[in-house]
Design a protein around this ligand. Sequence first.
Ligand code: FAD
Ligand code: UDP
Length: 393
Amino acid sequence: MQLDSFDVVVVGAGFFGATIAERVANALGRKVCVLDRRAHVGGNAYSEIDPDSGIEVHRYGTHIFHTNSEVVWRYLQRFTEFTGYRHRVFTVAQGRLYSMPINLATISAAFGRAMTPEEARRAIAAETDAVGANAAQNLEDKAIASVGRTLYDLLIRGYTQKQWQTEPRELSADIIGRLPVRLSFDDRYFDDRYEGMPLDGYTAIFDRMLKSPNIELHLGVDYFDVADQIRPDQLVIYTGPIDRFFRYRCGELGWRTVDFAREVHDVADFQGTSVINYADADVPFTRIHEFRHLHPERDYREPKTTIYREYSRFAGRKDEPYYPINTATDRAILSGYRMMMDKYPNIVFGGRLGSYKYLDMHQAIGAALKTFENEVTAFLAGQAMPSTAAVAG
Ligand code: FAD
Ligand code: UDP
């Protein structure tokens, strides 16, 4: 691999890196080398066929595509069709099953009686204190202000403690802001205008994005083993962890990782739906994924099914970083790294790991399209790149 012969080197074949590589190769006709230290493309969206059940699984946890962005939705249509899958989730708490996110069915079940939207609003309002949801400074206050004590204690407190190993009062209110609360029977997990599963799975999208005579893909290669080949004026799109890039000089950023315990069962259906959350603090896993339900249109004939139980914990340096914890300390460390980026005008830091931001797939793709338009094209046209805009997302 002769790295210095490429116009652009992309580190990471996840959605951020693959989108930039595809645009540089196909829109600009320039040569791109894509490296990934893993043995496969797709980053955390990678999907593969489980050899024991024949079912397509998501190695890094269930991924549902959803977006309100017309631009991102149209862009992805070039590489895949989407099914009409709509994600719905249930939560088990104290032996009972509830619909999630919290909606009128959840509230009625939690209070043990059928409720109208107005009755539900009053039942919740009676349990919230004066602090409004918008003013709440932490996850617990925000959750209680939005759904009241009963629902918080039943469905949120234990799950959040397990998922974050951090007291909900110490966590950012934004985390829970991701979950809608509805006083209707609408039980869709996502509100977005577009939603679906890629018809042929996620990995097929990446294979199509990266199939170009202008793209050379090298898997199983760690950037830091080959970084000495990079020319100082060569454009690098770096989507790995930002603290690793700077050798942890300002400190390590906090991440949560998840472990998946895989089981193959000799039944056609293990739990009846794709994801069930487990809210009780004494159940060690946070959820069970059953992948066959992501593709009800497929003819999976074998009476076998693959499930993953998901366990959450803090990430060490050797673990896969999944969710940025983003405490005040993390933010101070991050601003140190952002200042150091100025010394690397040829490196664009992007994606979930490179920007230390929780990005959904559509956000990673949208950020990559913007980075391509604003920074990559300018750099390749020989203009100066605005270094302050180096963090996309
Ligand atoms: P990644 O996919 O993480 O890709 C980064 C790549 O860089 C990796 O392949 C890594 O191996 C490579 N890399 C890192 N360092 C190096 C190095 N030194 N050398 C070479 N390669 C390197 N989003 C949704 O929209 N819907 C969902 O339902 C959803 N579910 C999720 C569930 C879980 C459990 C998790 C963790 C995330 C979920 N996401 C979901 C988010 C989604 O995974 C991300 O939006 C997406 O992966 C971001 O793409 P990326 O390219 O930024 O990062
Ligand atoms: N959450 C919860 N109970 C649930 C589902 C979610 O308390 O059954 C909380 C939890 O704090 C979680 C947050 O809502 O971190 C956001 O949920 P989401 O499903 O977006 O989390 P993800 O799995 O993507 O982190």
